[in-house]
Design a protein around this ligand. Structure first.
Ligand SMILES: NC(=O)c1ccc[n+]([C@@H]2O[C@H](COP(=O)([O-])OP(=O)(O)OC[C@H]3O[C@@H](n4cnc5c(N)ncnc54)[C@H](OP(=O)(O)O)[C@@H]3O)[C@@H](O)[C@H]2O)c1
Length: 241
């Protein structure tokens, strides 16, 4: 992909990894639109990223997705980054939490992509970027549906890439390792986490080279370890890092 001239919608763009990606795109000469549910958080992000646009929307709601499509006909890169994580035994998850986690992490990216695809196919160059996780490669014990949703997003990204390979729409997947963000707060060892900006730097290098499966930080190591010894990878990851 070329570095500039894009209009990029980042779901979950006001915080963490989404905000770091938005900063990277904006600095390279692209227009960015930050999407999230909390207006005050979006406004604060916009103040720190002047020139960005914001949209209050819950990507798991059909009417919000339709509004995003209506309001931003110029988008040619869609970054499906918004997600939530419940860290507790499955038996303690309520039905609503189960539905919400799968909706936000997997169904919403699919439906938002489906909604934007006709528009993306009409641009001279376009991309979908799905932010999954290293946990799509090897899961951990404490968050069953989060891991399941990310494995599904990983598989979806691969198949969508195949289905669109003769079109103008490129399909990227970013598989972050542990990154220091609100989502990972209080989980894992702080010294094993990279910063969102470091991850965005890695993403950017691979994005410009059309490397479609972008394994940030230690995800690459985990991927190869899993190929060499799935049992060892599982043993390391099961309890989380
Ligand atoms: N941090 C890590 O260690 C790590 C590792 C692997 C993968 N990831 C992935 O990286 C992505 C970004 O996460 P993060 O770590 O940067 O955490 P984060 O800062 O908590 O970002 C999640 C963002 O998603 C937004 N969001 C959540 N539900 C939404 C909804 N229904 N509609 C619209 N926006 C919604 C949140 O804003 P609102 O609450 O205001 O809506 C928030 O800005 C996620 O896909 C996550 O699974 C993170």
């Amino acid at each position: 992909m070329k570095a500039n001239g894009h209009t990029v919608m980042v779901t979950g763009g006001a915080t963490g990894i989404g905000f770091a990606l938005a900063k990277k795109f904006q600095a390279a000469g692209n227009q960015v639109i930050l999407v999230g549910r909390r207006e005050n958080v979006l406004q604060e992000a916009q103040q720190n990223l002047s020139g960005s646009r914001i949209a209050v929307a819950d990507v798991s709601r059909a009417e919000d997705r339709e509004r995003l499509l209506r309001d931003f006909p110029d988008v040619n890169i869609l970054i499906n980054n918004a997600a939530i994580q419940y860290t507790k035994p499955f038996i303690e998850q309520t039905n609503n939490e189960i539905i919400q986690e799968l909706d936000i992490n997997m169904t919403a990216p699919a439906l938002l992509t489906r909604a934007f695809l006709p528009q993306l196919l009409n641009k001279s160059s376009a991309a979908v970027v799905n932010v999954s996780s290293g946990l799509a490669v090897v899961p951990k014990e404490t968050c069953a549906l989060y891991c399941a949703s990310k494995a599904a997003l990983h598989s979806f990204s691969q198949v969508l890439r195949w289905q669109l390979e003769n079109s103008n729409v490129r399909v990227f997947e970013l598989l972050p390792p542990m990154v220091a963000t609100p989502l990972s707060q209080g989980k894992g060892h702080a010294h094993l986490k990279i910063s969102p900006d470091e991850l965005a730097e890695e993403f950017w290098r691979d994005f410009l080279r059309d490397h479609f499966q972008i394994m940030g930080g230690k995800t690459k190591l985990l991927y190869w370890l899993n190929r060499i010894s799935a049992r060892l990878a599982e043993r390391i990851m099961r309890k989380g890092l």
